[in-house]
Design a protein around this ligand. Structure first.
Ligand code: C2E
Ligand code: CA
Ligand code: CA
Ligand code: CA
Length: 276
């Protein structure tokens, strides 16, 4: 319920994570959860703001805990990184997403590009590229139906290794976007050399765009100049949509359109859109 936590989920409080004994217990529970499919995929639709079409989805991890209920990723993703389990978690997300897309395909539904958040340890993990291509083949899904979202922080750090991995993924047809774009305080020169397709404007700038549209406007023109696509995240109202469209941003996701939903609910969105 809404009162319980920042994202409307009950969650392990910060103070609980400070407690050493509780912490070890939580770590073990998280390992168990990753091994036993207790981390599930929620999907948030992405839309074309000009024609209103559903164009894709972002997959977001949820921990369905047996006693704590749904736990938000802001709590367990950093923990998974800390204990070295993030690559297993994200590989499971990739498997789940490909499985869901494959099921819809078999049912004759129209499938859309779905993005997955990928962290640095996962991207650089030995065998990651093989794992991805194998998972695509196994599920008979074309690489163009996947997009990987990586944060600006990742891109700034390990330029050469990261870029070669990104190139291999793009060779499979997978698109790459830079998540939370604009929050990394980096020099922008890296964008010229980088193997990416899209910038994802961080919610922070979307929040401000009605009062001050300068940052959003700059990001959109920069994307245009570099031949990159652009999407706005965290869109919550019509004023924001009006400004973003005026500035030439076409794609968006946010609570205005839909919250992230379980895949069964997303399937109904697909239905509504195909009969509309
Ligand atoms: P993110 O990648 O920036 O994902 C967007 C977050 O913003 C999601 O929160 C989503 O529910 C929320 N959001 C979307 N639209 C709106 C809106 O209009 N208003 C507001 N207030 N919020 C909106 P969520 O699902 O709690 O995820 C939080 C973060 O957890 C994600 O931020 C991402 O960094 C991380 N995360 C989730 N799943 C994974 C994963 O599998 N791997 C990694 N590395 N990170 C993940
Ligand atoms: Ca993301
Ligand atoms: Ca984001
Ligand atoms: Ca964000």
């Amino acid at each position: 319920t809404k009162e319980n936590g920042s994202n409307g989920y009950s969650f392990f409080s910060e103070s609980m994570l400070d407690n050493k004994f509780k912490n070890i217990a939580i770590e073990n529970e998280l390992r168990y959860a990753i091994d036993h499919n207790q981390i599930s995929v929620y999907l948030q639709p992405k839309y074309n703001m000009v024609n209103g079409e559903l164009i894709g989805a972002e997959s977001l991890a949820r921990w369905n805990h047996c006693t704590q209920g749904m736990i938000a990723p802001n709590i367990f993703i950093p923990l998974a990184e800390e204990i070295g389990e993030i690559d297993r978690l994200e590989k499971n997300m990739i498997k789940e997403v490909c499985g869901i897309l494959s099921t819809w395909k078999k049912k004759g539904k129209r499938i859309h590009q779905t993005s997955i958040n990928i962290s640095l340890p996962t991207l650089l993990h030995d065998g990651f590229i093989n794992f991805v291509s194998h998972t695509l083949v196994e599920n008979k899904i074309d690489g163009t139906f996947l997009e990987f979202e990586i944060t600006e922080r990742i891109v700034m750090k390990y330029e050469v290794e990261v870029n070669s991995r990104l190139q291999q993924l793009r060779n499979m047809g997978i698109e790459i976007s830079i998540d939370d774009f604009g929050t990394g305080y980096s020099s922008l020169s890296y964008l010229y050399k980088l193997e990416v397709d899209r910038l994802k404007i961080d919610k922070m700038f979307v929040d401000q765009c009605v009062e001050n549209s300068e940052v959003v406007s700059t990001i959109i023109s920069m994307a245009k100049a570099l031949g990159l696509q652009v999407i706005a995240e965290g869109v919550e109202d019509e004023d924001q949509i009006r400004i973003l469209k005026k500035l030439g941003c076409i794609e968006a996701q946010g609570f205005y359109f839909s919250r992230p939903v379980p895949h069964g609910e997303f399937e109904q969105l697909l239905e509504e859109y195909s009969t509309a």
